[in-house]
Design a protein around this ligand. Structure first.
Ligand code: MEV
Length: 421
């Protein structure tokens, strides 16, 4: 049976021992024994040494699994790498509520990335810009000569745009090379093309090229996700209204929008990391896009439908791939892609956007009702218990007692530990 036929809906997943959770993933995603071993083991030092310079060791983060997701009618389980407690549970809960009304639906543009070439020292910038556009066909051809494989796959340089910007250093022409990067993140392909074009643009215009580099504001590579959150499950229409009041602040105030979007990125980054993608690129693109109209604002928007349910939407650029980069080297990233069962970079983007929306819904829902501290308590209390020196079964006992007392403090944990010992 393919994973799309299996249900990602699991109750009490958090209560299962780790081995049982791994069994569930193995069964859901048809993983081989070797994949399971990779999930359970640590990155080998030789691979780490090839990935970056001056390697000393490995720095591990927890890899968890969000369940309950339905996206475009297909069930997904989502690997998430994060150091923050509550994030994975919150995403799973949000997905559980979203699936009542059919889950997430998405839209995705073509995987178009932008490369920038900065031209300076030109007297007649308008004339030079025109000359560049006159040579468009030849410029695109040179770009495509750099990556025959990409072109064979249906991708490659597709278009050229020219912008004239005024600056304290004089006028400059910024040429945008628009490249369809198919299933790659695209930085390598685009940067190679831009570097090859630099001398040609200099020759055409007589100017001097400085920067030739991809733009992380990938606003031609947009993804949208949408979901309806059931009002009854949220606690009635008053809860929907409370949610909308809370959300509204993010739509008008950059101070709140930054925190609101940080919550979105809690989900997004965790999957970006799990798949070996570049989370700084995605962060840069997301925040630049959030400020596209001159004021930094929310990446999500919410409204109420005729039934009184909450409708949530997210739109953001996602420069991510499933081929090339660290995702093809890191063994766990490769297994995480198998766990997801995604076939294209666009499908991965759709899952990422849905996860971002789920994460945001969960955070704002908690904030508009009980606050987020309650959800953080349990793991936080366990961590404090460990810091106090609790071992094995003592950890839960100390944590439970502190939660009961509503006082999660290191000195109290030490006292409880002494009492139970
Ligand atoms: C914490 O990591 C994220 C939140 O602050 C997001 C938000 O406020 O919406 C809870």
């Amino acid at each position: 049976m393919s994973s799309s036929k299996k249900s990602s809906k699991v109750s009490g997943f958090y209560k299962m021992p780790v081995e049982k959770r791994i069994e569930f993933v193995k069964e859901f995603s048809d993983l081989a024994e070797e994949d399971v071993n990779i999930i359970s083991s640590s990155l080998d030092i030789e691979t780490a040494d090839r990935m970056v310079e001056n390697v000393l060791g490995k720095f591990e983060l927890p890899l968890g699994l969000a369940v309950n997701f339905v996206i475009n009618g297909k069930d997904y389980i989502i690997p998430m790498v994060t150091e923050e407690s509550s994030v994975i549970a919150a995403a799973s809960n949000a997905a559980k509520i979203a699936r009542i009304k059919g889950g997430f639906t998405t839209e995705c543009s073509s995987p178009l990335m932008i490369g920038q070439l900065q031209l300076l020292h030109i007297d007649d910038v308008a004339g030079a810009a025109q000359k560049i556009m006159n040579h468009k066909k030849e410029i695109l051809q040179v770009a495509n000569d750099q990556d025959k494989i990409l072109v064979d796959l249906g991708g490659g340089a597709k278009d050229l745009e020219v912008r004239i910007l005024d600056s304290p250093m004089g006028k400059m022409i910024i040429t945008h090379l628009i490249v369809d990067v198919r299933d790659a993140m695209g930085a390598n392909a685009v940067n190679t093309m831009c570097e090859a074009l630099a001398p040609i643009l200099e020759e055409i215009t007589g100017g001097k090229i400085r920067l030739k580099i991809l733009s992380n504001l990938a606003d031609k590579r947009l993804v949208k996700a949408k979901a309806v959150f059931d009002k009854e499950k949220m606690g009635g229409e008053k809860a929907v209204d409370a949610f909308l009041e809370s959300y509204t602040l993010a739509s008008i105030d950059p101070y709140r929008a930054a925190t609101h979007n940080k919550g979105i990125m809690n989900g997004i980054d965790s999957l970006i990391i799990a798949t070996g993608n570049d989370f700084r690129a995605v962060e840069a693109g997301a925040h630049a896009y959030a400020a596209r109209n001159g004021q930094y604002t929310s990446l999500t928007s919410y409204s109420k439908n005729e039934n009184g349910d909450l409708v949530g939407e997210i739109e953001l650029p996602l420069a991510i791939g499933i081929v090339g980069g660290a995702g093809n080297i890191h063994p766990k990233a490769k297994v995480c892609k198998k766990v997801l069962g995604i076939k294209t970079a666009q499908e991965l983007s759709e899952v990422v956007a849905s996860l971002g929306l789920a994460q945001n819904f969960a955070a704002v829902f908690a904030l508009s009702t009980v606050g987020i501290q309650k959800g953080h308590m349990s793991l936080h209390a366990k961590n404090i218990a460990v810091m106090a020196g609790a071992k094995n079964h003592e950890i839960d006992k100390v944590a439970e007692q502190m939660i009961k007392e509503g006082k999660i403090k290191l000195d109290r944990a030490k006292e409880i530990l002494a009492e139970i010992r």
